[in-house]
Write a new protein. Structure first.
Length: 288
């Protein structure tokens, strides 16, 4: 029986939606190219970002599951290679057992292909939603305002270097490093979320909060001026991310350069998220 081999997801499919987006992403740092948003349009833009955020979370959950499944297949394949090299091909029982394992491998590869197709479909739909958001919402202020505008982060102004993407080896190195960074960021976010939930559980138990009381406290934190300041701080990154996601790279070099643009945002986003989670935890500890 022939052993089927899995085809891993491509770089762009992995990177197209890796970060949950703020619901407050109207750009304020560029001259408006379109008419200001009406209140109804503003609500619709927020709804689009809410839908996008939900899709990001769904995508990342499927991506985590795919990576875990790939590890299972890798483990099984390593065992198969050893058995194939050592099996006595005149031993019918041993060959039958080996073929059973090969059959299991092939079934897992088929399922892996289905999971990869699902991720590809989600990534294509997210690109469509990003392009739709850009067309309807980008560079359209809500209303004239004298409030302080958040400047674009310096990292977004600089153009990525072409040198690393100029060769196949360089592009692969970019892929490896950015994939590792995304894995680290997802793990860090999960860790911080778990810590906030742990603090909330402990405080709720200590203060004998009801579900209603706990929900009210969460609402107060999420609607507070300081929490919203963190969201506004993310705006330039979110806007740039939407532009990158809506792009259609023509070749491998352009794809590599787009992933570099995403990578340039990751340290700042991670730092903002860390401060935001710390703020939430402190607010919960002080809540009565």
């Amino acid at each position: 029986m022939k052993v089927a081999r899995m085809k891993r997801a491509t770089l762009w499919a992995l990177f197209v939606v890796s970060l949950a987006l703020s619901q407050h992403a109207q750009s304020t740092d560029a001259a408006p190219a379109k008419a200001p948003l009406t209140e109804a349009e503003r609500t619709q833009c927020r709804a689009q970002l809410t839908e996008f955020n939900q899709r990001v979370q769904s995508y990342n959950a499927e991506l985590d599951a795919l990576e875990a499944f790939e590890s299972e297949i890798d483990t099984l394949r390593a065992a198969l290679e050893k058995e194939e090299a050592a099996v006595d091909r005149h031993d019918s029982a041993a060959m039958q057992a080996l073929n059973a394992k090969i059959g299991k491998n092939n079934e897992m590869v088929e399922r892996h292909d289905q999971m990869s197709s699902s991720l590809k479909a989600k990534s294509d739909e997210n690109k469509r939603l990003a392009a739709q958001f850009r067309e309807a919402c980008e560079n359209r202020p809500v209303a004239p305002s004298s409030s302080v505008k958040a400047p674009p982060p310096p990292s977004l102004k600089a153009q990525p270097s072409d040198s690393a993407c100029g060769s196949t080896a360089g592009a692969k190195d970019v892929q490896r490093r950015i994939e590792a960074t995304f894995v680290e960021m997802r793990a860090d976010e999960k860790k911080r979320q778990a810590e906030v939930e742990r603090v909330a559980d402990a405080r709720a138990k200590e203060q004998s909060w009801s579900k209603e009381k706990r929900g009210k406290i969460w609402l107060q934190i999420l609607s507070s001026s300081k929490f919203m300041a963190f969201e506004r701080e993310k705006q330039p990154y979110v806007q740039e991310l939407m532009r990158v996601i809506g792009s259609n790279p023509k070749n491998g070099q352009e794809e590599c350069q787009l992933t570099q643009r995403i990578a340039a945002m990751l340290p700042a986003i991670k730092a903002i998220n860390a401060r935001q989670y710390a703020f939430m935890a402190e607010e919960i500890r002080a809540a009565k």
